[in-house]
Structures are given as C-alpha cells and as structure tokens.
Design a protein. Structure first.
Length: 588
C-alpha cells in the first residue's frame, strides 16, 4: 500500500512498516544492483540523501532485524575459499524486500539469480563510486548551478545530478530484444537528456580473460552502436586493480601494463566479418555515438560520472593554458601567448563534443612565429589513445582536464622507441599537459570546509581544544595546510546565489582559536566563530577518515604531489613509458 511519498510494507503476516521516499529508493537500488557491501551501502545512502550522511551499523541492523527487508550473505570459510569468492559480507533483499518491490511493479534481480562473487562486487563498486562522484561533483566553473537550498544544507551536492532519472535495471529489462545481441553487460545505466537516449555499459575485466576476448567485446559494442545511431553509448572496461581488495588481488596496483596492452592490441586488431577483414580502429571510427574507456576499477567511475553530468572542462582548461603561456614566457625568455580556437563555440561545448578538439594554439614569438596546436581529450578513452599516436609526432600539446588528482594516461611507447624524447622543453616536440588542482588551491575544498563547519563541529571543537579530533585519531598535525586565495573567487561566484560570500582572510593561529574554543560553552557555538580558512585541510581529512564514506572520488583524499601551488610547467611530460613514474618530465 502506498500513501503520498510513503510506502507501507507488510512483513511477517501482520506487522506493517512505513518507508519514506528516500528509504524506498534505497531499497529499490539495492534490489536492482543485487547485493552491496557495507561501504557501498553507506555511499548509496549518501547518494539518495544528496548529502554526506552515515549509514551506521545500527541502521543496518534495523533494516535486517526490525524492517526485515535486508539479509546478510556471509563470507565463505577460509578453508573453502576460491579466488573469486567474496572476502567480506554483502547485503541483499530479503523475501519481504523483494515482495515490496514486486507489489510496486518495480524490477529487481531475483534472489535465485544473484551470483555472490568478487566480479559482481567490483562491478557494483564501479557503479556506486560513479553515482557518488556524479552526485557530489559540483561544477563551479562551467555551469550556472545553484546550491541545492539557501541554507546550504546540501552544499556539497550537484544540482545537475538527478538520481530519479537514472535507470539501473539489468540489460535484459532495459533492452526489449536483448537476446538478439551477443553480449550482456555487467551493469547498465541509462537516462534521457534533451530528448536523446544515453546508455552506460560496464564490462568488468577481472584478468581471467585474454585480450582477444576484450577485442571481441569491443566489436560487439561497435555493432550495437551502429544499430542504435540515435543513442549515445559509453562502454566502460573496468580492470580489477585491487582498489577493492579481493582474494585474487589483495591490494591496489596501478594497472598500467594491462591498460597499455589492451590499447596496443586494439590499434592492430582486425576482425573477419563475412569473409572480409576490417581494422577494429576503422570500425570504431565509423560509430561516433560510441565512446569506449579503459581504466582500473579505481578510476573507471570518473568517466561514467562525467558522462552522466555532461561535464565540460573546456573553460577551466583554457584558463590553465593561459597560465601555462605566462609561465612559458618567463621561463622561455620569449613572448608566449595562448590563443583559443575561434571555431569552437564554448556555449555549445559538452562532454562528448570536446574530445579530440583543437582548442587553441601556443604562439611563440621568436623569429619566425611558431604555432603549436593544442588538443583536449579524456584520460581513458580509445579516442585519446588514437589521438596521441597521431598528434604527438606532429608536435601537439595534448591537454587533459584539470583534476583533483592525476589519472592514468596511455603511453605510446612504440613511437618513443624510434624517436627518443627530450627532457628539455621545445615547441618542436609533442607533449602531455595534465594539470592537477593541488589541495590548497582546489575550490571544492572550500565547500568541504563549509560543510565540516556545519556538520562536524564537535570534531573541530575537539581539535582546537585538545589538538586531536577524537581519542581514536592518531594523525600528527605538525604541518598544517590552508586553502589558498585563488579558490575564493570561484566559490563566491557560486555562493552568491545563496546570498553567501566568503572573505579571503588569513587563517588565524591555532593558539588564538584554542583560546576562543576553551572559553566557548558549546562546540556548535565555537564553529560559528570559525572562518573556513581557519580550518586546516589535514583536520578535514582526519574527520572524513572517522566517518564511513569510502569514496575514490572524495576531494578529502590528499593529492600525491608535493607541489604547493599550481605551477603549470610541473605538469608537462612525455607519454614515453607505460609506467607513469618512468615518464620523461619536461624541464627548462
């Protein structure tokens, strides 16, 4: 029985429980994904609520023991385990949960069809991480987004993301003639934008299949895209990398060898069809409505989130390229200017149509003038790999979106075996530009600081009274980092619609804030006296380590770089080696 925005569910014959809209959405998504780990449930609960919120163990027990809507699938005893077995408990619908969805005509994965293995667990990890990043990826630069509400309760949530518009049902439920296709993706996400259909198909590569099988899958998706020319399709090949530990791979290892082997195979692979051979690359180029990405599980979600949110990085990239030109002028001792390609319509740019575009030129003013073209692309797409093979030999700069942390970019090692690259900057050499927003200049950190002040004031109060956020916190705070002034302008243009403006003041010394804290009666009252720039980034990281939100995409994971500010020339290098640590950095 359903009342407005409420769902009444009968369990055990005579007991009735009532779920609100968010709780029922939570139940629905669990049913459509099959099963989830505790960490995945926590991320999903935050996604549904559009704000960081913990799904505690006591809440889980309530859903199992009181609501009787979830059940626990235990871990198989160690003496019987195989490499594909689950290494942690997972949770799925109970028979009452299934009945609740069935009574409301909602599709789900039947209990008898659930396969409890690490393959499906990792696939769900990619999906949940993608939804989490899409839900909390506020685009501060390229859109006119408004904060979710004026009291900034959900300040960290993106108003572009609408969970209700996403269809997470299985391929067999979403595609009417699914049996006509020689594949079934591990996960499908579909939605409609501007009257056009979009589909994401996730294929998990758990490293038990050889590269030829992956090429056959790519060919199947090329055929599928050719048969559905009005649908924009993203095929995501997510490679097991240990970011979600399993018995097979217990710890994270960057899958650069696997990624580059697959890409090399793709470049030379041929398909025989009706007695004739075709290059897989040529076939891929014939279906502009298909985008294929290859990445490890830890990074695969980024492409899906950008695809869902129609993320457009071009404005920020142009800003960074202008900054790079200014720095090159100083280092190169000649005037260098970045000029935008006038043929690009910035207002009509979107996630799909900027891939592989020449967005402008570096213009060098020695005599004669030299124009160095610059293309933009995404880290994991097959299109980028093909671009690098053609553009780097032509001395292009290939630019990637400005991210909070560096993603794995493909190498073109074969080219550099014939043409050794030089570690010295030259406009006569192709190179990669992959700028990273270091923590202290990342404007999203300001949103995190505002959120922490509103929601985690007890931790902040503890830090400024005792020097630690909690008894269990073992972090050391000898060196504290604060948000740089560069971040304020971007955030204030976003917050002005909520009639909020942040003042770019210098952070106050710890001792000053300690004296205020010990004289304040409550943690909440103390937090009201804090400016965002008073809160060290290390403290916010510690806070989020205390709460059970384990997201690859969270900005509170520190960047790995030691750079203290965005010096663009630090992010120039050559794609000469599959291992990113062995690539040639550009010096001056």
């Amino acid at each position: 029985m359903r009342r407005k925005n409420m769902y009444e569910i009968v369990i055990n014959g005579n007991k009735t429980i009532t779920l609100n809209e968010k709780q029922f959405t939570f139940l629905t998504l669990i049913g459509q994904l099959g099963f989830l780990t505790f960490n995945q449930l926590t991320l999903l609960w935050s996604i549904v609520n559009r704000t960081y919120v913990g799904f505690s163990h006591s809440m889980l027990r309530r859903w199992i023991n009181n609501y009787h809507l979830l059940k626990k699938h235990p871990v198989i005893p160690s003496q019987k385990k195989r490499s594909s077995n689950l290494s942690r408990p997972v949770y799925h619908l109970s028979s009452f949960g299934v009945r609740a969805l069935k009574n409301n005509n909602i599709d789900y994965i039947p209990l008898e069809q659930l396969n409890y293995n690490s393959h499906n667990e990792e696939c769900n990890e990619v999906t949940i991480q993608a939804l989490f990043q899409a839900a909390f990826d506020v685009d501060l630069v390229n859109s006119q987004l408004k904060p979710i509400n004026l009291n900034l309760k959900n300040i960290v949530a993106s108003s572009r993301f609408d969970l209700n518009k996403l269809d997470l049902r299985s391929f067999s439920k979403q595609v009417a003639n699914y049996k006509a296709h020689p594949f079934i993706p591990d996960q499908m996400i579909s939605f409609t934008r501007h009257n056009q259909k979009y589909e994401v198909m996730v294929e998990l590569d758990n490293r038990t299949e050889n590269d030829n099988i992956q090429m056959a899958k790519i060919f199947n998706y090329i055929k599928y895209a050719y048969q559905h020319p009005q649908t924009q399709i993203m095929m995501v090949i997510a490679i097991t990398d240990g970011s979600l530990p399993t018995y097979r791979i217990p710890k994270y290892s960057m899958p650069y060898l696997k990624v580059n082997n697959l890409l090399s195979k793709f470049k030379t692979y041929t398909i025989e069809h009706h007695g004739q051979k075709y290059s897989l690359v040529d076939l891929y180029r014939r279906v502009p409505n298909l985008t294929i990405t290859i990445a490890g599980v830890k990074e695969a979600h980024v492409d899906i989130a950008d695809f869902i949110n129609d993320k457009n990085y071009i404005s920020f990239s142009i800003t960074e390229l202008k900054l790079l030109a200014n720095i090159l002028t100083k280092k190169y001792k000649h005037k260098v200017v970045f000029q935008t390609n006038k043929k690009i319509n910035l207002d009509r740019s979107n996630y799909l149509n900027i891939q592989g575009k020449t967005i402008g030129y570096m213009i060098y003013n020695p005599n004669p003038i030299i124009y160095q073209p610059i293309k933009i692309g995404y880290e994991h797409t097959l299109d980028t790999y093909l671009d690098l093979n053609s553009c780097i030999p032509k001395n292009y700069i290939y630019c990637f979106p400005t991210r909070s942390r560096k993603l794995l970019v493909p190498a073109i090692s074969d080219y550099y075996q014939r043409n050794p690259g030089q570690p010295i900057f030259s406009q006569k050499q192709g190179m990669i530009f992959q700028p990273i927003l270091e923590d202290n200049i990342n404007p999203k950190w300001l949103l995190q600081l505002l959120f922490a002040r509103e929601h985690y004031y007890k931790y902040l109060y503890n830090f400024f009274t005792s020097g630690t956020i909690a008894a269990s916190n073992t972090a050391h705070y000898e060196k504290l980092t604060y948000v740089n002034s560069r971040a304020y302008r971007i955030v204030n243009s976003y917050l002005q619609q909520a009639h909020v403006q942040l003042n770019n003041n210098s952070p106050r010394p710890y001792q000053t804030l300690h004296n205020i804290a010990i004289k304040t009666n409550s943690a909440k009252e103390f937090a009201k006296q804090l400016n965002p720039q008073d809160i060290p980034l290390e403290v916010v990281r510690s806070i989020f380590k205390q709460i059970p939100i384990k997201a690859f995409s969270s900005p509170y994971f520190p960047t790995s770089s030691s750079y203290v500010s965005l010096i663009s020339s630090n992010y120039l290098y050559l794609p000469n080696h599959s291992n990113p640590k062995k690539r040639i950095q550009i010096a001056f």
